[in-house]
Design a protein around this ligand. Structure first.
Ligand code: GDP
Length: 298
């Protein structure tokens, strides 16, 4: 997978890129800090997080003259420090099958992410089963079947409009029968009717717990990084609907506004298991805080 490129990054936009700019020294004063805050806010970091990051950066250094390189280094260091605790790959337990419930609004990249994850786990020698739990969207089921074929993973489907919980139950049985390591269950992403969605999700959980009281072992929320601050309200909503245990951030290849990841880490502290960096099957990368911070700061 390619590393997302964002040129110019925050500092690049503020101070110009590379070259002789690198030797300029700037005083870390109120004016400078305000400009940095504005840039961080424009990157979707949110006001609270932006203020905290700049305050930490200025601590013990206020009024000092710093080179552009030093400013970049300090800022990316502060951002990486916020991100480090959340950078964790999806844990694989010995338990078979490990059940991962995948939630998120339509269009966030759920289907694509399930396909990419299935492919990665297959490559690691794991046996994977996918359940196409968004039974109301025929197109979503078809898409998931295409991804299943690409990844070489069976996709369990049910007739359009049928009960996703009953499909999930069948999938639990199939995964156990096949000795699968991992079962990923796709779910509907219609937020228009929250009550229905909540009932649907809790019914799926109730039913799979008949087979394994610890399931789902992970509930993965897929978020589109290009939706900016909207991602924060989606986390809140899905935390009310399900017991979200981790995030995958998609479409980080297409945005200079990845600052929302910092706001998410700061506010919720949920693990970021992976990032989507393109539309292809290999375009899912582990989340690397230092690389991310350096790219964002630029
Ligand atoms: P779903 O409705 O949540 O299942 O979303 P899909 O998986 O169908 O994805 C919606 C659109 O986003 C599709 O066009 C995908 O190709 C695209 N997409 C998903 N993940 C990424 C990503 O990481 N980068 C880019 N550029 N596009 C993505």
């Amino acid at each position: 997978a390619e590393v997302p490129t964002r040129t110019p990054g925050l500092i690049g936009r503020l101070l110009g890129r590379g070259g002789q700019q690198e030797v300029l020294r700037r005083t870390l004063d109120d004016d400078m800090l305000e400009q940095l805050e504005e840039l961080l806010i424009a990157s979707d970091m949110g006001v609270d997080t932006a203020l905290r990051v700049t305050a930490n950066m200025a601590e013990g250094r206020y009024g000092k003259k710093l080179s552009v390189g030093e400013i970049k280094h300090l800022l990316s260091g502060e951002i990486a420090r916020v991100m480090e605790p959340v950078a964790k790959p999806l844990p694989l337990y010995a338990k078979k099958p490990q059940v991962v419930l995948v939630v998120g609004v339509n269009g966030s990249g759920k289907t694509t992410t399930i396909g990419k994850l299935a492919s990665q786990f297959r490559a690691a020698g794991k046996q994977v089963v996918i359940a196409a739990g968004d039974t109301f969207r025929a197109a979503a089921v078809e898409q998931l079947q295409v991804w299943g074929e690409r990844a070489g993973v069976p996709v369990l489907t049910a007739p359009e409009g049928s009960d996703p919980a009953s499909l999930a139950f069948d999938a639990m049985e199939k995964a156990a029968r096949d000795g699968a390591d991992l079962l990923m269950i796709d779910t509907a992403g219609r937020l228009q009717n929250r009550k229905d969605l909540m009932e649907e999700l809790s019914k799926i959980v109730r039913v799979i717990r008949k087979k394994d009281p610890d399931a789902p072992h992970n509930t993965l929320l897929v978020l589109d990084a290009t939706t900016g601050q909207n991602a924060l309200s989606q986390v809140k909503t899905f935390q009310e609907l399900a017991n979200v245990t981790g995030l995958v951030m998609t479409k980080l290849d297409g945005t200079a506004k990845g600052g929302v990841l910092v706001a998410l880490a700061d506010k919720f502290g949920l693990p970021i298991h992976a990032i989507g960096v393109g539309e292809k099957i290999d375009d899912l990368a582990p989340f690397d805080p230092e690389e991310f911070a350096a790219a964002l700061t630029g």
